[in-house]
Design a protein around this ligand. Structure first.
Ligand SMILES: [Zn+2]
Ligand SMILES: [Zn+2]
Length: 723
């Protein structure tokens, strides 16, 4: 008789406790993905622990069975537990990302097909011969079993006997199962070869290593890490490459396909359910060797993951701002540590945290200081707007207009950068002069001329262009104030009516196949002038681009948090790095009212490392991260006073912990006081030093806070945003 065992099962709903179930199935163990009865439903859960023996076996409900025989590896469970401990978000929300809601039971089975091998057919029956000639008539000598049965009336045993003889083979439609790895060799520059050698030299099997691959834009960082990727996948191991943007994933996959054939998979929110199932299964089985994905790919249960690459590691898209709040870059490092494997963080403008870890010796660093192929970085010119004039109703200064003219004559491509979506960031009523605001959020609506509407960038609320003023009911026009990319495009069309221009922003950029078409137009140089938001800063490669014009370099410098300098530097440096990737005559013009600002001076003088070092030292002096730590507590709910009261209670509790080296600020109404009709209040915990013990105490306290039902409470460790 099979031995009955008892297990605790955890669910992806944070509100459900771990519940005990019994099973006699020997294949079920800790980590198994299982279906169990819960109330009147059947739900998916994960076997999490040994059962609590005080429950009577006979009264426990039974585990129905496993889901696709999936079992999470112990290192992965360890990763999820540490992720929970680090982010303080419920472990269930990470489990949910790990197991995915793929509804395998509703999946349609793939039809079984066979192909004919060209071996010699001795000792073959008449029936078998018939089948062989049938196959010879089929396109590519492949036929589905169902069809063979229908056409020839044969039984499955005849077909199987041919399979056993090696005459027929089952066709696997799983492209990831291919054994042979196609790997087109690439010639590296001596700089790249040295970088690869340096990383390979330090390789120790089963040792956790973090590397910063620090190379200027256009230095060929990708080829360096792909060299390491090849090495791993040729050994049959799995590799994950994280990219900051979905559209970039599509673009990058083309490049990867050229190099590795159909071996690579992709993972992001725009995949179809069918494709997601396929990729998921092959990640779990280990057949899929290389996965390119957005941040959520980090939570897939790989079987044999041995290398993680985080491309553009500084990019703020790695931070998920909605619950569960996490930074995929930091969690990728954690993942690599639980796997005892290598991780490579690649960037031309590394984050201060990563730079700090290099200086502390926690991370190794490898440099690519020069561009690939004797190409120099773009020449930077600052345009002092205190001195320069702009034509009436214009946002583009005369020196930039002149340069665009010259570039167009030379048939060079131009990029104009302004990090503002839409036509104008604000619109005022001409009658009563109030601005048009969102009804759900405490923010103004942004005018989108091409969509004929005013749009909230926080909640998506939208009103028609022909809306009436809420206050004075006037249906006179609203005056748009300030520029967005659409307005710049209007200006460009007036100035250069013959030039072909295209907006490159999350609003205008299409998804999937259409995206590749749009990208081809830009890459081929068919588009003369690209007008882009921050999206263009994310690692795209535009071969014909020579001139970059930054319209408002000061925009990001007005925010009040400790990352202002870092973020502005990164964005502008990345944008100007798009120019002149294959020829040395790239140019960048930057419009600014603050030409003496250290960020602009660092860009002008190309003082990347000096900037990083100065910024790091200033943060240490100011006692802000990466020196010490910030933890944001965000309360939201219907009533501001309830939130403030609870915030005060939290503050008092925190004081009673009597922790040294910690301060708490707030509760204060958040700079954006209302989002999606919920009021918002913030507290900030700041530590001057991190002592491990007090950090654990803070976490333990936060974990055990009882939050009233009418308040939504979230914790943001190492916050990026303070709104
Ligand atoms: Zn009005
Ligand atoms: Zn809104």
């Amino acid at each position: 008789m099979a031995f009955e065992r008892q297990f605790g099962v955890i669910f992806t709903n944070p509100k459900l406790p771990v519940l005990d179930y019994s099973t006699v199935d020997d294949n079920i163990g800790i980590g198994s993905l299982v279906e169990v009865p819960l109330g009147s439903k059947v739900v998916v859960g994960i076997v999490w622990s040994e059962g609590d023996t005080k429950f009577d076996h006979s009264r426990l409900k039974k585990i129905i069975g496993t889901v696709n025989k999936i079992k999470l590896e112990p290192d992965f469970i360890d990763f999820l537990k540490k992720t929970h401990a680090y982010t303080l978000s419920p472990i269930q929300s990470f489990l949910k990302m790990a197991v995915q809601n793929l509804k395998f039971h509703k999946e349609q089975k793939m039809p079984i097909a066979y192909s004919l091998n060209s071996s010699n057919y001795s000792q073959i029956t008449k029936r078998q011969k018939e089948i062989i000639s049938y196959f010879k008539e089929q396109p590519q000598r492949i036929a589905q079993y169902k069809q063979i049965k229908k056409d020839l009336g044969v039984s499955s045993s005849v077909v199987r006997s041919l399979e056993n003889k090696g005459v027929l083979s089952k066709v696997t439609e799983n492209k990831y199962e291919q054994e042979k790895i196609f790997n087109e060799p690439i010639t590296l520059s001596s700089q790249q070869r040295q970088a690869v050698a340096k990383i390979k030299e330090k390789y120790v099997k089963n040792e956790f290593q973090s590397w910063l691959l620090f190379g200027v834009t256009g230095s060929g960082k990708t080829e360096v890490y792909l060299n390491l990727v090849s090495e791993r996948i040729e050994k049959g191991e799995q590799v994950l490459i994280l990219l900051p943007e979905i559209s970039l994933t599509v673009d990058f996959k083309q490049r990867i396909m050229k190099r590795y054939g159909a071996l690579a998979g992709e993972w992001h929110s725009q995949l179809s359910l069918n494709e997601r199932r396929k990729v998921f299964k092959n990640v779990v089985s280990g057949h899929l060797k290389l996965l390119i994905g957005a941040r959520s790919a980090l939570f897939l249960p790989f079987k044999n993951l041995k290398l993680i690459i985080v491309d553009e590691e500084h990019d703020s898209s790695y931070k998920q701002e909605e619950a569960p709040i996490y930074n995929a870059r930091d969690l990728a490092v954690l993942r690599a540590s639980t796997l005892k494997s290598r991780i490579i963080l690649s960037s031309a403008t590394p984050s201060i945290e990563t730079w700090h870890n290099c200086r502390l010796g926690k991370y190794h660093k490898v440099d690519l200081p020069k561009r690939f192929g004797e190409v120099y970085e773009p020449r930077v010119t600052l345009i002092d707007m205190n001195v320069e004039e702009t034509p009436k109703n214009s946002w583009i200064s005369v020196p930039i207009i002149d340069q665009i003219k010259i570039s167009l004559e030379k048939k060079e491509q131009i990029l104009i950068f302004l990090n503002r979506r839409g036509y104008a960031p604000i619109a005022f009523c001409t009658a009563c002069r109030i601005s048009l605001n969102c009804k759900n959020c405490s923010t103004n609506l942004v005018y989108h001329k091409t969509k004929n509407c005013y749009l909230c960038h926080l909640c998506g609320y939208k009103v028609s262009e022909k809306t009436k003023c809420v206050k004075c009911k006037s249906d006179e026009n609203f005056i748009p104030i300030g520029p967005g990319v659409e307005r710049i495009r209007d200006e460009i069309s007036k100035l250069f009516p013959d030039a072909l221009s295209q907006i490159f922003s999350s609003d205008s950029f299409s998804k999937g196949e259409k995206h590749l078409e749009d990208m081809d137009k830009i890459k081929s140089g068919e588009i003369n002038i690209i007008i882009g938001t921050q999206l263009v800063a994310k690692g795209y490669n535009f071969p014909h681009l020579k001139l970059v014009a930054v319209i408002d370099a000061d925009m990001g410098l007005n925010a009040g948090d400790h990352r202002v300098m870092e973020k502005s530097y990164q964005v502008i440096k990345q944008v100007i790095g798009r120019a002149g990737r294959y020829a040395s005559d790239g140019r960048a013009l930057i419009q600014t009212w603050m030409p003496r600002h250290p960020v602009l001076q660092a860009l002008l003088k190309d003082h990347g490392e000096i900037f990083l070092n100065t910024e790091l030292e200033q943060r240490i002096e100011a006692h802000v991260p990466p020196h010490g730590k910030f933890i944001s507590l965000i309360l939201s709910g219907r009533k501001e006073s309830t939130l403030i009261d609870f915030g005060k209670e939290l503050k008092n509790q925190f004081y009673s912990l009597k922790l040294q080296n910690f301060e708490i600020f707030g509760p204060a109404v958040a700079p954006i006081s209302r989002i999606k009709n919920k009021m918002r209040v913030r507290l900030l915990i700041k530590s001057n030093k991190i002592t491990k013990i007090s950090q654990i105490e803070v976490r333990d306290w936060l974990k055990n806070i009882t939050v009233p039902n009418n308040i939504y409470f979230s914790v943001d460790i190492d916050p990026y945003n303070f709104y």
